[in-house]
Design a protein around this ligand. Structure first.
Ligand code: ZN
Length: 314
């Protein structure tokens, strides 16, 4: 039988990061400005290593390339998803991502980026930016060119447990005091619209005004999709989103359950508590992949987990 594939995260220092990845998740972080834990990633900008077992020490991209059978891989292509935990001690820049078509054309054949956020924790008065208030594309351009940021940017309050799907062309930013679990396409193409006029090493970070205006969709339409929760043995399993790139579920477990996704492999992040996956002890802060052919995964313990899989093409 195949083993679970445990992953060693890669950490990213950022001007807006903090130290909650250490304080809350126990990670050995490089500094008090650590913004991102790339928990399951085969992206060249942060390629995780396998933490244990037969493939220990290989990068996830190597494993995906050399042992495609573990992922039910058909044909060429890169590992499709990227899972991160983000600690925003300060505001992130206001940004937007292109879709696959724009990225392929303008970013050397890269994938576009659809992403989603589960709010793991946040300050009582925390907010995020999602969407804008321009009525059409003409007004998007006008508001950006004239730096009418307060009118342009749509800011909403957030609470622990909220979830947001962010499709390409959506203006967005995580704001201060928020920790999120992000599941996204494996892409690192970000267009920065506005950075609060901050300086990094004495200089403002690059903005990408032309590309942003090209890709921002207008008007903004909030996602109001209902989440569905089902009881599977002792777990409440909530489908947070299902789109063409990923299906993301939250599992609240007190006791035992079985996870049997109709997918070639499943990414699993343990975000609260501890227990067992099969016979292996797992706890908060661990991330692993259930490989193709593993079969149903038995989980036991008191835990909150988020899992993601690539939906099977019809
Ligand atoms: Zn983003």
């Amino acid at each position: 039988m195949r083993e679970l594939i445990f992953i060693e995260p890669v950490f990213k220092e950022t001007i807006w990061g903090g130290k909650r990845l250490h304080d809350d998740y126990g990670y050995d972080i490089p500094s008090d400005h650590t913004g991102e834990c790339w928990a399951i990633s085969a992206h060249p900008n942060g390629d995780c290593r396998i933490a244990s077992g037969e493939y220990k020490g290989m990068t996830l991209s190597e494993l995906y390339k050399e042992h495609g059978e573990l992922f039910g891989k058909k044909g060429a292509g890169e590992f499709p998803l990227l899972v991160k935990i983000i600690d925003a001690k300060a505001d992130l820049s206001i940004q937007v991502h292109p879709d696959d078509v724009y990225a392929a054309k303008h970013e050397n054949g890269s994938l576009g980026k659809t992403e989603c956020w589960y709010i793991l924790d946040c300050d009582e008065d925390a907010q995020i930016v999602i969407g804008h208030n321009a009525k059409d594309h003409e007004e998007v351009k006008e508001m950006i060119e004239n730096k009418r940021w307060d009118e342009f940017i749509r800011v909403v309050p957030v609470h622990k447990g909220d979830f947001f799907q962010i499709v390409p062309g959506t203006v967005h930013a995580i704001k201060t005091g928020t920790v999120i679990l992000e599941t996204q396409q494996s892409s690192d193409v970000t267009y920065r619209v506005y950075d609060y006029d901050r300086l990094q090493n004495g200089k403002p970070r690059d903005l990408h005004i032309k590309q942003s205006i090209d890709v921002i969709r207008a008007p903004f339409v909030p996602d109001t999709a209902l989440k569905k929760t089902e009881k599977i043995l002792d777990a409440n399993v909530t489908t947070l989103v299902e789109c063409e790139y990923y299906r993301v579920k939250k599992i609240d477990l007190e006791g035992e359950t079985v996870i049997d996704e109709n997918a070639s492999f499943v990414n699993v992040s343990v975000l609260e508590g501890e227990g067992k996956a099969g016979d292996v002890r797992i706890k908060k802060g661990m991330h692993f992949i259930v490989p193709c052919g593993y079969g149903p995964l038995k989980l036991s313990g008191n835990m909150m987990l988020i899992i993601s899989a690539v939906p099977q093409r019809k």
